[in-house]
Design a binder for this molecule. Structure first.
Ligand code: F6R
Length: 364
């Protein structure tokens, strides 16, 4: 049942304010600023490091979480693609938490990576959408993301729910390890509770996003740029676009532009720049200007302040509400998803069943 939507993907994008609110409510009980995990409790003060392993979109959720665990909980984090991790067989030092992220809970490489960590890591934790899945069953602790059934092959609501749960896990780690003040923890809790409203405001930008997508649908290649927390989201935006519209897209850390990809920029190259007005904004804007100086066509995704400051010469702007900087990747996932969706619709591709792809990759 697509609930009036043309595709499951658009239904699932639209559901995000509700399912993300559900995820937040279940880990952050009303009236409390402290994260509560279901089942067995984890004590991050007894752990020294984190190894996160996943595939595809779930891997990008892990890359995002690396920034959170490092900045908020001061924990060293390794992030790996499951198919590389399992065959590389990396040493797992003591006091390591091994964390696996998977929507389906059945991804073959992720499951094999989990089994490799059995008996080596101190604790095996998974962040999953399907509670009765193999990955959930074989973990010491399985944390549900509460996204509900996801049918569209391109992952959307599972990604934002994974991010919300991972951010709350990082806050729990910070509280256990005493790396954040009570005030900072309260700020984050309040910002999380405001996130569903912000996601709704982002969804209201559907029309300008569709207009920008109309332009993107003419492109052969598209570049996505971001810094800090927006870098993994640039990778995710590029993955979404290529898998459903079949347009070649790449995500890059903005600072890497001049180390190679700038050679690609000409008047035929749209560049999507994900840049809330945060501490790294000026740096990203200067990369964006390098793109425009070479006639590249910039789609700037930012907030009021960012757009007011940097919209001169850009091809299109997509306006997001202002948000606590830790939460920006969750909010900016919405325009990334909608851009891919409307581009695919404009091209007439099969949005819910892209060619060659399966929802659950249970074979290598
Ligand atoms: C992309 C996508 C895939 C999955 C990947 C992992 O939109 O859906 O990249 O994220 O196959 O799947 P799970 O999360 O089920 O392990």
């Amino acid at each position: 049942d697509k609930a009036g939507h043309k595709h499951f993907m658009s239904k699932e994008i639209a559901e995000q304010p509700v399912v993300v609110a559900e995820a937040i409510r279940s880990y952050l009980p009303t009236g409390s600023d402290r994260v509560n995990l279901p089942g067995e409790n984890l004590d991050f003060s007894k752990l020294d490091r984190l190894t996160m392993v996943a595939c595809g979109t779930a891997f990008y959720a892990c890359l995002t979480a690396k920034y959170w665990f490092e900045q908020l909980a001061k924990m060293p984090v390794e992030v790996d693609i499951a198919s590389e991790f399992r065959y590389r067989e990396p040493p797992i030092p003591g006091r390591t938490l091994a964390l696996f992220v998977s929507q389906s809970g059945e991804t073959a490489d992720t499951l094999a990576a989990l089994r490799y960590c059995e008996g080596k890591a101190d604790k095996i934790v998974s962040v999953i959408n399907v509670p009765e899945s193999s990955i959930a069953r074989e973990s010491d602790l399985a944390l549900p993301i509460h996204a509900g059934v996801e049918i569209g092959v391109a992952s959307t609501k599972a990604f934002t729910c994974q991010l919300a749960v991972l951010l709350m896990l990082a806050l729990k780690a910070a509280a256990d390890r005493g790396t954040m003040t009570d005030e900072e923890l309260s700020d984050h809790a309040a910002a999380l509770r405001g996130l569903p409203t912000a996601l709704n405001t982002a969804l209201d930008q559907n029309r300008p996003i569709r207009k920008a997508a109309q332009r993107l649908s003419e492109a052969r290649d598209v570049l996505f740029l971001g810094r800090g927390l927006m870098y993994p989201l640039a990778l995710e935006g590029a993955l979404k676009l290529k898998e459903i519209s079949y347009i070649h897209a790449e995500g890059y850390a903005s600072g890497e532009l001049k180390h190679g990809p700038i050679a690609l920029i000409d008047k035929n190259m749209p560049v999507v720049v994900m840049a809330p007005r945060d501490a790294l904004f000026d740096k990203t804007v200067s990369n964006m200007q390098e793109v425009m100086a070479r006639k590249g066509k910039v789609i700037l995704v930012s907030d009021d302040d960012g757009i007011a400051e940097a919209e001169d010469g850009v091809w299109a702007t997509i306006r997001m509400p202002h948000i606590h900087s830790s939460l920006s990747p969750i909010l900016y996932a919405v325009p990334a998803q909608l851009l891919a969706y409307h581009t695919a619709v404009a091209k007439g591709t099969d949005v819910d069943q892209p060619r060659n792809l399966a929802k659950s990759v249970t074979v290598e």
